[in-house]
Design a protein around this ligand. Structure first.
Ligand SMILES: [Zn+2]
Ligand SMILES: [Zn+2]
Length: 137
C-alpha cells in the first residue's frame, strides 16, 4: 500500500467521546441552546482537517494562493486541461516520515506539468543516487 501520501491522524482521532474534538482533543462547549455538545469537531478544526485530507480542498487553497502561476518557471497555468497545473509537495512526501508539516500549505506549490515532471524525475534520480552511495554497514 502506498501509505506515505496520507497525512497522519492524531492518535485519539477514532477514540474521542461525544463532545470532544477529534482534531485537538479538547472539549467542545455547550450548544447555543445550552445543551452538552455531541459534536466531534470544532468548526475551525474541521476546516484545518479538510484542508489536509481532502485533496480537492487543498488544491483549491493552493490555486487561490498562487493564482495558477508555476513557482518554478512563472508560467500561467489553466485551472484544468492540457495546460493545467500540478500540486507539488516541495519536500516530497516520501521524505515526510509522517510529519504533519509536510502536508500543510507551506510545503505545497503550483507547478506547471513540465516543471512537475522534471522535479519528480530529478528527485527519483537523487534517491537512486543516495541509495547507491549509501555506505554498507
Ligand atoms: Zn478542535
Ligand atoms: Zn513551470
Amino acid at each position: 500500500m502506498d501509505n506515505h501520501r496520507t497525512p497522519p491522524k492524531p492518535a485519539w482521532f477514532d477514540e474521542v467521546s461525544e463532545g470532544t474534538c477529534r482534531w485537538c482533543n479538547e472539549k467542545i462547549g455547550p450548544t447555543r441552546t445550552g445543551r452538552a455538545s455531541k459534536a466531534h469537531w470544532h468548526k475551525e478544526c474541521y476546516e484545518e482537517y479538510e484542508l489536509l485530507f481532502h485533496a480537492s480542498t487543498t488544491r483549491q487553497a493552493v490555486w487561490k494562493r498562487d493564482h495558477g502561476k508555476c513557482r518554478s518557471c512563472g508560467k500561467q497555468c489553466d485551472r484544468k486541461g492540457a495546460n493545467g497545473w500540478d500540486m507539488d509537495h516541495i519536500t516530497p512526501l516520501i521524505e515526510a516520515n509522517g510529519e504533519m508539516k509536510y502536508w500543510t500549505l507551506e510545503n505545497l506549490q503550483t507547478l506547471c506539468k513540465p516543471c512537475h515532471k522534471a522535479k519528480t524525475s530529478a528527485e527519483a534520480t537523487q534517491r537512486a543516487l543516495a541509495r547507491k552511495t549509501k555506505p554498507l554497514n
